[in-house]
Design a protein around this ligand. Structure first.
Ligand code: NI
Length: 215
């Protein structure tokens, strides 16, 4: 994990955690369509120290309008990333690394499926995703869905996210979110995560040993 993206990540999630404490809603955060039911710190702890199972069933829609569940991707390793298309820096950086990793895998990329799951289904319609995902890799699949379906997927992957409104721009908002890239095996079982800012080279080094397993 490097420097700028990582710092920005910790900064954002740290700020969100502090804001939650300040507002006294640390444990009382409601399960809402606009964010996680748990705090950033709690979810980061769950992922970083491997305390809870990661992944599971989802029911979403891809950028072509097809209904998709995790079962559709069995038989390939999965790179699963949650974010939103309006994200100014972190998502594009990590998606670019995922795209470069796919290129570096060469023919082995046929056994790897990258998925981008939006945390902002309100703005990230399938049309929006269809514009966005090809910028990073032709094989990248964008997934959206109802706010409830997105919430369920995010909870299953222990993703922290929260809609944040701007005081000076009432029509606009951003989404704070954790930014791990999850690696799943060919049966959809969780293998591990790449922290935000992981280079394409490192991803490929970590993915290669799994390419021969379960073929
Ligand atoms: Ni982002």
């Amino acid at each position: 994990m490097t420097s700028r993206a990582a710092r920005a990540f910790w900064y954002r999630t740290g700020i969100a955690a502090m804001a939650a404490l300040w507002l006294g809603c640390w444990s009382a955060a409601p399960a809402s369509a606009q964010g996680s039911s748990r705090s950033a710190a709690e979810l980061m702890d769950a992922v970083m120290w491997n305390r809870e199972p990661i992944g599971g069933a989802f029911q979403l829609i891809d950028q072509s309008g097809h209904a998709r569940s995790e079962r559709d991707y069995r038989g390939r390793l999965l790179l699963v990333y949650f974010g939103f298309t309006y994200c100014p820096d972190i998502c594009p950086t990590d998606l670019q690394a995922i795209g470069l990793a796919m290129d570096r895998l060469g023919a082995d990329a046929a056994h790897v499926q990258p998925l981008f799951i939006t945390l902002d289904p309100e703005r990230d319609t399938r049309e929006q995703l269809a514009q966005y995902v090809p910028m990073f890799h032709p094989k990248l699949i964008g997934l959206t869905g109802s706010t409830a379906a997105i919430h369920a997927a995010a909870e299953a992957y222990r993703v922290y996210y929260k809609r944040v409104d701007f005081d000076d721009r009432p029509a606009d908002y951003t989404v704070d979110h954790s930014a791990f890239v999850y690696l799943m095996d060919r049966d959809g079982k969780y293998l591990g995560f790449f922290p935000p800012g992981t280079s394409a080279e490192k991803m490929v080094d970590m993915i290669r040993p799994y390419l021969g397993i379960g073929k």
